[in-house]
Design a protein around this ligand. Structure first.
Ligand SMILES: [Zn+2]
Length: 311
């Protein structure tokens, strides 16, 4: 096997090579027609299990966790980022958590190192799409030294409604752990300050590259968007934070990070119904890595069917 620098399609680990000696897989590549997609793990984020459903009886929530062999108090959420290559462009979809020592989340913020391990140079990124401006989706761009390594003509696409929302964000319907609202507010503020000149806001929909379309959904945040990838009859949707592990079986359970949980539940049900109909692939930020799967309808709810890994 050659050791050239274009490792993006190379799924084999290389023990002993710098940066590639982790004992867990952190990247998974696949083709959607002509388009190359790589899921990269930013690590995991330990959060109280109450975040998964703050509108249900704690005993019901505890029973669900127990049924799924999950711990009762705190749960490691996966944190997935996607790199898409189409038409000569390299698009980073979301940017992971970065570093925030105040929140004590040491197992997240691995994106930059893992992009390098996957042979993806920050300077090769032409476009960034942000599903929304929560810190676990923008923080990687705020890590010291990262901006200097990005191209000066980098374009950052996000919904105009998201930019507007963060001018005066409403946290009255969320249920987040202490410290999070302040941390999210200040990360969004810092991000706007650092990257304002790079922003390319769109209203409802924007084709970032051939077959790669960002589409505003709202719900989780008013400007939340998903990314649709389609080529040669293959389709994949990156759903960002519209669906969490619990959301297939209980799509109407409110996630603590949803700024408008009622609308988030409506958007979730609509998207899951659609994906079940098209049989396309789903990737989502907080589903277990590499989070690739299909959506099935199961009676009055949904079922996540993870794909078999391809080697
Ligand atoms: Zn998130």
């Amino acid at each position: 096997m050659s050791l050239n620098t274009n490792m993006s399609l190379d799924k084999t680990s290389h023990p002993g090579r710098p940066g590639l000696d982790e004992q867990v897989p952190s990247r998974y590549a696949l083709q959607i027609g002509e388009i190359e997609v790589v899921v990269i793990s930013d690590g995991v984020l330990a959060l109280p299990t109450a975040m998964l459903a703050h509108n249900v009886d704690p005993a019901v929530r505890a029973a669900w966790l127990d049924d799924n062999f999950l711990p009762p108090d705190a749960l490691d959420w996966a944190l997935n980022v996607v790199v898409v290559k189409s038409g000569g462009q390299t698009i980073l979809v979301d940017a992971g958590l970065g570093l925030d020592p105040d929140l004590n989340l040491p197992k997240a913020g691995q994106l930059i190192k893992r992009l390098e391990a996957a042979g993806i140079d920050l300077a090769s990124v032409t476009d960034v799409v942000l599903t929304h401006m929560h810190m676990d989706h923008i923080g990687g761009l705020l890590v010291d030294g990262v901006k200097d390594r990005l191209r000066p003509d980098l374009r950052i696409h996000l919904a105009a409604a998201e930019v507007k929302f963060w001018e005066a964000p409403d946290f009255s319907h969320v249920s987040m752990p202490q410290g999070f609202p302040d941390a999210l507010r200040s990360a969004a503020k810092r991000f706007m300050k650092e990257y304002r000149s790079h922003l390319r806001p769109f209203d409802e929909e924007y084709e970032v590259a051939p077959g790669v379309v960002a589409q505003r959904t709202g719900g989780h945040t008013p400007g939340h968007c998903v990314v649709r990838v389609a080529s040669g009859g293959d389709r994949l949707t990156f759903a960002g934070d519209l669906v969490f592990t619990v959301g297939f079986e209980h799509p109407k359970w409110y996630n603590g990070f949803e700024h408008d949980p009622e609308e988030a539940a409506r958007v979730r049900v609509r998207l899951l119904r659609e994906l079940a109909g098209t049989s396309e692939l789903l990737v989502a930020t907080h589903l277990p890595f590499p989070s690739l799967g299909h959506v099935a309808v199961d009676g009055d709810h949904f079922r996540w069917v993870p794909t078999f890994w391809d080697y």
